[in-house]
Structure formats: C-alpha cells, structure tokens
Design a protein around this ligand. Structure first.
Ligand SMILES: NC(=O)c1ccc[n+]([C@@H]2O[C@H](COP(=O)([O-])OP(=O)(O)OC[C@H]3O[C@@H](n4cnc5c(N)ncnc54)[C@H](OP(=O)(O)O)[C@@H]3O)[C@@H](O)[C@H]2O)c1
Length: 223
C-alpha cells in the first residue's frame, strides 16, 4: 500500500513542488494550505493519490481535523512535511512591527509545534518521519532578522524532536535551503535554488533505509 505524506504550505513554492515529487515517487499526499483553489488544481493534476484540505495551520482545531481527514482517506500517516512559513515586510528589530512578528512566530514556530503535536500519535503507529523546513537563515546570523531567529528555533526543535522520535524508531529531518525561487519573493530568482531542488531533497530524506535518519539537509544555490 502507498505511504502517505501530509504537507503544510502545499499551495505554492517548495510545498507544491514536494507534493508533485512525492506523488511521482508513489506517495499519497495530503495538501494543506489556506488557498483551496490552488490546492484543488494541484490535487486534480496529481489524481487519486491527492487530498486537498483547506487549513490554516495556526488554528489547532483545523490542524487536528486535517490529520483526521487524511487518516480517514488514506488509512494512516507515514510522513509529515511541516513547511508553511513566511517572512516579514518590515525587517530589523528597531524598525520592525511587533504585530507582524506575532503572526510570523505563530506560523513559523507555533504552527510547526501544532503540526508535530497533532501528527505524532499517527507517526508513532507507522514509525514515521517528520520533516520541517528550516533555512540557511536558521544556521547563520542575519542583521536584526526575527525571521532568521524563528528558523533557529526550527533547527533546534528538529534536533530535539529527532531525539524524542528515535525512542520509537521515528525520524526527524530539517531541510535547510538557501534562497529558493518561490512566491516568498516578489521577483523571480532564476539562478537560485528551484522548488524542485528542495522537493528532491525531501524525497531523498524520506526514502532512506530504516537504519538511517538524515537529521539535516543543507542545500545552497549554485550561482
Ligand atoms: N524561498 C526561500 O528562499 C526559502 C529559503 C529557506 C526556507 N524557506 C522556507 O520554505 C517554506 C516554504 O516557503 P516558500 O519559499 O515555498 O514560499 P511560499 O511559496 O510563499 O509558500 C508558503 C506556503 O505557506 C502557506 N501558508 C502561509 N500561511 C499559512 C497558514 N496560516 N496556514 C497554512 N498554510 C499557510 C502558503 O499557502 P496559503 O497562502 O495558500 O495558505 C504557501 O503554500 C517556508 O517555511 C519558508 O520560510 C524559504
């Protein structure tokens, strides 16, 4: 039976490309984001192995419901890609906007925790895999960047979760890209990493033998 991967932030960019790559590798995919129209289009393209679920991952009840719908449709959960995230339009601390920080921290930190909390009981049943999108910005210092600090949280959390999941042979991986050409940016970045590059790294991590847990994949543009 095909394995099932739940992806947050599946409507565009890295999440969308990962849905295509995982489906191509034989996974069922549950696609979560707020833009139902985009998810429906992607699910239509992928076919029977895709389920589009409108879900704001900052809402714990919506996350729990999405997990239930996924398990009901596909019979279980083998992998999770907690990928939804965003930046801010006002960079820096002194010139930053605390309301914007609040929303970003809710999405980049708390929603990752909600996703882990809601999916771990299912992943435990399958000795499954939790993958989360970190960043180059979660390994290096960037002047005044609160976004970067949220990704430092993600990297720290991923290592800690890996130790917790290891107790039942589950795995956790942080995917850590440099700049990727996605709608995260207003203008195209054709020489930077492409969403497909990151998607391939996610599928690579998912497809390792049971004896190996890839804890981090750090990939950089080659320009
Ligand atoms: N692009 C880069 O250079 C880069 C580099 C390193 C790491 N990253 C990280 O990669 C991840 C994906 O970003 P991307 O570059 O692919 O950008 P993107 O195209 O803007 O994708 C962001 C995704 O998150 C979803 N999302 C936003 N708020 C949400 C919410 N409240 N609930 C559910 N889904 C939500 C968006 O869908 P809806 O708007 O439809 O909800 C969209 O699918 C993020 O964590 C980002 O920080 C990006």
């Amino acid at each position: 039976m095909a394995q099932t991967l739940l992806i947050t932030g599946a409507s565009t960019g890295i999440g969308e490309a990962t849905a295509r790559a995982a489906a191509k590798a034989g996974w069922n995919v549950a696609l979560l984001a707020r833009s139902k129209d985009k998810l429906d289009k992607l699910a239509d393209e992928i076919g029977d192995g895709a389920l589009a679920i409108e879900c704001d991952v900052t809402d714990r009840e919506q996350v729990a419901s999405a997990v239930s719908q996924t398990v009901e449709k596909f019979g279980g959960l083998d992998g999770v890609f907690a990928n939804a995230g965003k930046g801010v339009s006002n960079p820096g601390v002194e010139d930053g906007d605390p309301d914007e920080w609040h929303d970003m921290i809710h999405l980049n930190i708390l929603a990752v925790l909600y996703t882990a909390h809601a999916t771990l009981p299912e992943l435990k049943k399958t000795k499954g895999h939790f993958i989360v999108t970190g960043s180059k910005a979660g390994r290096e210092h960037f002047k005044g960047s609160i976004y970067s600090a949220t990704k430092w949280f993600v990297h720290g959390f991923a290592g800690n979760l890996a130790e917790e999941m290891r107790e039942w042979q589950g795995r956790c991986t942080v995917i850590s890209p440099g700049m990727v050409d996605t709608p995260f940016f207003d203008e195209a970045k054709p020489t930077k990493l492409q969403p497909q590059d990151v998607a391939d790294a996610v599928v690579f991590a998912l497809e390792q033998r049971d004896t190996s847990c890839i804890r981090e994949i750090h990939l950089m543009p080659n320009d």
